[in-house]
Design a binder for this molecule. Structure first.
Ligand code: 13P
Length: 251
C-alpha cells in the first residue's frame, strides 16, 4: 500500500502563517508514490485551502471534530463543517487531547464514527504512557483503545480509517519508539482490526508517530507493518517536512 505521511502542526500557525507554509511546501519536490496530508488548526483551514488553490497535495486534515453535525454545542466544530473546506482526514483522540481535555475512549469512538459518516477519514490516535509501558501493559492498553474507538467505524467505503500509534512518551521528546517496538505494537493493532474487519484489515494504514524526523523516517518506512508516519515538531518547517517526505520513499 502507498505510505501515508501526515504533518500535525498542533497549536501552531494561525491563518497568516498557514498560507506561507502551504506555498513553501508546494515548492518542494515530492515523491509521487506517497500520500501526504497536513493537519492544521481549525482557524487556519480557510487560509490553507486558499493557498492550495486547485492543488490536491497535501490533503487538508483537521486535528479534531465533534460527534454531532449541528446543534447546541458551543465552541465545537462538526465534521460536516470541515468538509466545506475540502478536509479529507481528521485526527481523533490525539494523546494531547486525552491528557489536557480528558477525552475518553468513548468520546473518541463517537467522534471517529461521526467523522467517517461525514466522509472524513478518521485518523484514530492511540498509545500508552511511559508508566503503562513500564508495567508491561502497553499492548493491552493500546488494544483496548483501538477496540473501543472503532466500535462504530466501518472498515470499507470511501472514508475507511487510519490508526496512528503514538506512544505518549515518544511525543515531542526526541526519544522515539524503536522500529522493532513499533512493529510489535502495529502487529497487535492489526490483530484487533482483523477481528473486526477480516481481510479488509490488511488495507488499513497503521502509522507511527512520536519524534519522527528526517533521520529516522526511512527506518520506520522500511519496517514491516508501519504504513506511514504522523509528524509533529519536524513538520513545522515546510522544507524539513519536504525532506521527510522524500526520505520516506527512496527514489
Ligand atoms: P512529535 O513529532 O513532535 O514527537 O509529535 C508527534 C505527534 O504527536 C504527532 O501527532
Amino acid at each position: 500500500m502507498k505510505k501515508l505521511i501526515i504533518a500535525n502542526w498542533k497549536m501552531n500557525y494561525g491563518p497568516i502563517r498557514a498560507g506561507g507554509w502551504i506555498r513553501a511546501f508546494r515548492r518542494e519536490r515530492l515523491p509521487k508514490d506517497l500520500d501526504i496530508a497536513v493537519a492544521v488548526p481549525f482557524v487556519s483551514l480557510a487560509a490553507a485551502r486558499a493557498s492550495l488553490g486547485r492543488a490536491s497535495i497535501p490533503t487538508l486534515a483537521a486535528q479534531d471534530c465533534f460527534w454531532a453535525n449541528e446543534g447546541a454545542f458551543t465552541g465545537e466544530i462538526s465534521p460536516t463543517m470541515l468538509t466545506e473546506f475540502g478536509v479529507g482526514l481528521c485526527l481523533i483522540g490525539h494523546s494531547e487531547r486525552r491528557a489536557n481535555l480528558g477525552e475518553t475512549d468513548e468520546m473518541v469512538a463517537r467522534k471517529a464514527a461521526a467523522a467517517q459518516k461525514a466522509g472524513l477519514m478518521p485518523v484514530i490516535c492511540v498509545g500508552e504512557t511511559a508508566a503503562q509501558r513500564k508495567r508491561g501493559e502497553a499492548a493491552k492498553v493500546v488494544r483496548s483503545q483501538v477496540q473501543t474507538a472503532i466500535a462504530e467505524v466501518k472498515g470499507d467505503g470511501k472514508a475507511p480509517l487510519v490508526i496512528a500509534y503514538e506512544p505518549v512518551w515518544a511525543i515531542g521528546t526526541g526519544r522515539p519508539c524503536s522500529p522493532l517496538d513499533a512493529k510489535e505494537m502495529h502487529e497487535q493493532i492489526r490483530g484487533v482490526l482483523r477481528k473486526k474487519y477480516g481481510h479488509l484489515a490488511e488495507e488499513i494504514h497503521i502509522i507511527y508517530g512520536g519524534s519522527v524526523d528526517t533521520r529516522n523516517v526511512a527506518e520506520y518506512m522500511t519496517t514491516t507493518g508501519v504504513d506511514g508516519a504522523l509528524v509533529g515538531g519536524a513538520s513545522l518547517d515546510p522544507r524539513n517536512f519536504g525532506l521527510i517526505c522524500r526520505a520516506a520513499v527512496p527514489a
